[in-house]
Design a protein around this ligand. Structure first.
Ligand code: WT7
Length: 664
C-alpha cells in the first residue's frame, strides 16, 4: 500500500458517520428529510404513495383494514395484476429497452437480453402453456430452477393467470422439494434438466425426479432444457406427466393471455422459510400490498430509475431475488440483471467484470460475499472500471464495519452510499435502512426504520430499552408488504410472530406487535443495529436454516442417537453449522461416519446446510428440565467464556466437549 492508502485506511477506520455525496443526493428519488414526519402524520394513508406507483384495474376503497388484527388487509377491494404492472404498462415507452439482462455461466457466451416486449411475449406464451396444462387461478405452481430466464418468465406467467408460485431454491435437496410441494398441495412443477456450476454441468432433473417421487399426489411437470441439445445432457427421458418447456412454448407461439384481475389481498406467491420447528413455514404474500412495498422500497432505497441497469447478485430462489430482482425492479420498468454463476468463476473478478460490461448502476449483495471479496484482495475490483455504480446495498445478515468500509471504498470509491437493509422473507421487503439520499450512514448499523414504520427495541416485557442496550426488535404497526399468514395455518402465524408481544385477545390493532425473532440495539439517533436471531435459527451466508431441520436430518442417519446443532462464528459465512452428535451403542466414531452424517444433511436439505464440524460427544449439556443448552454449545464453538454452568444436570460434560472441539 502507498502512504496515501495507509492514511486513507486509517481515516476510514476511525470514521463512524458517512454522509451521502451531494451528487447522489441531487439526483436521488427521495431526498427530502420531511418524509419521516410526513409519513408519521399521515399514517396509514402515506402508503397510497406506494400504491400509486402501480396501475390498478379497480381502485381500492380503504388503504388499511385493521379491524381483525393480525389479519390486516391493505388496499381493500382494489384489483390488480402483477404481470401487467411488471410488463404491459411499460411496453409503450420501454418496449425495446432491456427488462432482463441475463449473464449465464461462461460456457458458450450465450448471454441473453430480454426487452420488455420480448419478456412480455414469453410470459404470455408461458401463461397460455401453463393454463393448457390445467393450471387454474389459485393453483400453486412450484418452481425448482436455478438462475435462468425461464424462472422469472414462469413466475410472471403464473402471476398473469392468478396462480401463486412457490419457488424452491435449486440448491435445496429432493426432500426439501417434496416437503414443500406436499405442504402446498402443489400439483405443478416447473424445473430444468440441469445447469452449470463453475463450468461443470449439474444434473438437476435427477434431483427433481427424486423429489417428485416423494410427492403424495399427481403432478404435471414442465422441464426447461437449460443444458441444450449439444452434449451436456444427462440422457433423461421425460415421463408421461412431464413436458418439454420449449415444445410447450412453441405450441403457444404468439399467444396472448388476458391478465386475471386479482384482488389486492389475493395470494401472489408462497415462500417457504425456516423456523424454530422442523417444519418449514409457508409465508403468504399478496398481490397489492407486496407489489406496492417492493416497488416503493426499490424506488426509495435502491434509488432505481427506469434508465438504470440494476444488479442484485442474490438468487431468485430466496426472497431477495423475488422482491429485488423480479418484482420491485420490473414494476419500476428498469433493467434488472440476472447472473447464473458464482462470483469466483472463471476468476474472482467475475462480478466486477459484469458491473463494468453492463455499466451497472446499483449493486445489491450480501455481507458474506463482501467478506469473501475482502479476503481475495483489492486487485480484483481494481482491474475494472466500476464508475457506473451509484449505490451499493447489502442484505441478509449483519455487516461488520470493516466489511462495510471495504465495500464503500473499494467498490463504491467513497462516492456511493451503502444501504444496509434489514428485512425478512416475512416482511416482503426492506424495513430498517437509511434512505440513501436523506440520512447519514453508520457502518454496522442498518439505520432507522423506514418512514411510516414503527420499530422498537424492547425487553422481555415489551418495555423499550435505553439506547445502547441489547433488546428485541419489534414492529409496532402493520405495513403493506407484510406476510398475511402462514399457508393454511393461521394459528402458527399468530404463535410465531405475534403471541410474544401482543395482547392476543384484543381486537385493537394497537395491541398487536410483530416479533421478527431478532435481537437488536438502538442508538441516540434512532439507528438500529441488528444483532442476530434469538430463536433456533442460524444464518449461514445470509441463508436462514432451522437448527431443528438439520438435527432431524442428522438423527435420520443410522447410528446417530441424538444431535444438537448450533451456529458458530465464521469469518466469511457469518455463521457456520456445528453439529454435536451422540452415537448409538456400537457405532464407531470415525471420519467415515462423520462423512455419512454430512451426507445425511446434504440429502435432507442441501449444501448450504453442510456442517462445518461434526463433533462426537458422549452427552449433551442439559438443564435439569432436560433442555439442551444451545447457548453453551455455541460458546464452546466460539471458544467464549462459558460463565456459570452449575445449573446444568451434567456440568462435567462441558469440559469434555470443549476438549473434543479444540482437538479437531
Ligand atoms: C433474517 C431474515 C432479507 C432477505 C434475505 C434474508 C437477518 C437480514 C439483515 C441485516 C442484520 C439481517 C435477520 C433476519 N438479516 N438482513 N441487514 N442486518 N441481519 O431473509 O432468510 O428471511 O432471513 O436475516 O436475522 O431475521 P431471511
Amino acid at each position: 500500500m502507498s502512504d496515501e492508502d495507509v492514511e486513507l485506511e486509517a481515516r476510514l477506520e476511525e470514521q463512524e458517520v458517512f454522509e451521502p455525496s451531494d451528487s447522489f443526493v441531487e439526483q436521488a428519488n427521495v431526498s427530502d428529510a420531511g418524509i419521516y414526519d410526513e409519513f408519521e402524520e399521515n399514517w396509514p394513508e402515506c402508503w397510497e404513495q406506494a400504491a400509486e406507483l402501480l396501475d390498478w384495474e379497480e381502485e381500492y376503497d380503504q388503504v388499511l383494514d385493521n379491524s381483525n388484527p393480525p389479519f390486516y388487509e391493505w388496499f381493500t377491494d382494489g384489483t390488480i395484476n402483477a404481470s401487467t404492472n411488471c410488463l404491459d404498462r411499460h411496453l409503450d415507452e420501454r418496449g425495446d429497452e432491456a427488462a432482463i439482462e441475463w449473464v449465464g455461466e461462461p460456457v458458450d457466451e450465450d448471454n441473453v437480453t430480454l426487452t420488455y416486449s420480448e419478456l412480455h411475449e414469453k410470459v404470455n406464451e408461458a401463461a397460455a402453456a401453463l393454463r393448457d396444462l390445467g393450471v387454474g387461478e389459485d393453483d400453486v405452481v412450484t418452481m425448482y430452477m436455478p438462475m435462468i430466464p425461464e424462472l422469472p418468465i414462469a413466475m410472471l406467467a403464473c402471476a398473469r393467470i392468478g396462480a401463486p408460485h412457490s419457488v424452491v431454491f435449486a440448491g435445496f435437496s429432493a426432500d426439501a422439494l417434496a416437503t414443500r410441494m406436499n405442504a402446498a398441495d402443489s400439483e405443478y412443477l416447473v424445473t430444468c434438466d440441469g445447469y452449470y456450476r463453475r463450468g461443470d454441468p449439474l444434473d438437476h432433473l435427477d434431483k427433481a425426479n427424486e423429489g417428485l417421487s416423494g410427492v403424495e399426489h399427481d403432478t404435471e411437470t414442465v422441464v426447461v432444457d437449460r443444458l441444450g441439445p449439444n452434449g451436456d445432457d444427462f440422457g433423461h427421458d421425460l415421463a408421461e406427466d412431464q413436458h418439454d418447456w420449449g415444445e410447450l412454448m412453441a405450441a403457444h407461439e404468439g399467444a396472448e393471455v388476458e391478465p386475471v384481475d386479482r384482488d389486492a389481498e389475493d395470494m401472489l406467491f408462497l415462500m417457504y422459510t425456516s423456523g424454530t420447528t422442523g417444519e418449514p413455514k409457508g409465508v403468504k404474500h399478496t398481490t397489492g400490498g407486496y407489489l406496492s412495498w417492493t416497488a416503493w422500497t426499490s424506488q426509495a432505497v435502491l434509488d432505481i430509475k427506469p434508465e438504470d441497469t440494476y444488479f442484485c447478485s442474490a438468487d431468485i430462489g430466496w426472497i431477495t431475488g423475488h422482491s429485488y430482482i423480479v418484482y420491485g425492479p420490473l414494476a419500476l420498468g428498469t433493467t434488472t440483471m440476472m447472473y447464473e454463476g458464482t462470483p469466483d468463476h472463471p476468476d474472482r473478478d467475475r462480478l466486477w467484470e459484469i458491473v463494468e460490461e453492463y455499466e451497472a448502476n446499483q449493486l445489491y449483495t450480501a455481507p458474506t460475499a463482501i467478506r469473501a471479496f475482502m479476503k481475495w484482495g483489492t486487485e480484483y475490483p481494481d482491474e475494472h472500471d466500476l464508475s457506473s455504480l451509484r449505490l451499493l446495498g447489502t442484505v441478509g445478515e449483519p455487516i461488520n464495519p470493516r466489511a462495510w468500509k471495504w465495500y464503500y471504498k473499494h467498490i463504491g470509491n467513497e462516492e456511493c452510499p451503502v444501504v444496509d437493509t434489514w428485512w425478512q422473507t416475512e416482511t416482503g421487503g426492506m424495513m430498517v435502512t437509511t434512505l440513501p439520499g436523506v440520512k447519514d450512514m453508520k457502518p454496522g448499523s442498518a439505520g432507522p426504520p423506514l418512514p411510516g414504520l414503527d420499530a422498537r427495541i424492547v425487553d422481555t416485557n415489551g418495555e423499550e430499552v435505553d439506547p445502547g442496550r441489547a433488546g428485541y426488535l419489534t414492529v409496532n404497526k402493520p405495513w403493506p408488504g407484510m406476510l398475511r399468514t402462514l399457508y393454511k395455518n393461521d394459528e402458527r402465524f399468530i404463535e410465531e410472530y405475534w403471541a410474544e408481544y401482543s395482547d392476543t385477545d384484543s381486537s385493537n390493532s394497537d395491541d398487536w406487535v410483530y416479533f421478527p425473532e431478532d435481537g437488536a440495539k438502538i442508538d441516540e439517533d434512532g439507528y438500529i443495529t441488528v444483532l442476530g436471531r434469538v430463536d433456533d435459527v442460524i444464518n449461514v451466508s445470509g441463508h436462514r436454516l432451522g437448527t431443528m431441520e438439520i438435527e432431524s436430518a442428522i438423527v435420520g442417519v443410522e447410528g446417530v442417537a441424538e444431535a444438537a446443532v448450533v451456529g458458530g462464528d465464521h469469518e466469511v459465512k457469518g455463521e457456520a453449522v456445528y453439529a454435536y452428535v451422540i452415537t448409538e451403542e456400537g457405532q464407531e466414531e470415525t471420519d467415515e461416519f462423520r462423512e455419512e452424517i454430512v451426507q445425511g444433511v446434504l440429502d435432507a436439505i442441501g449444501p448450504i446446510a453442510r456442517p462445518e464440524q461434526v463433533i462426537f460427544t458422549p452427552e449433551l449439556p442439559k438443564t435439569r428440565s432436560g433442555k439442551i443448552m444451545r447457548r453453551l454449545l455455541e460458546d464452546i464453538a466460539n471458544e467464549e467464556d462459558l460463565g456459570d454452568t452449575s445449573t446444568l444436570r451434567n456440568p462435567e460434560i462441558v469440559e469434555d466437549i470443549r476438549k473434543v472441539v479444540q482437538e479437531d
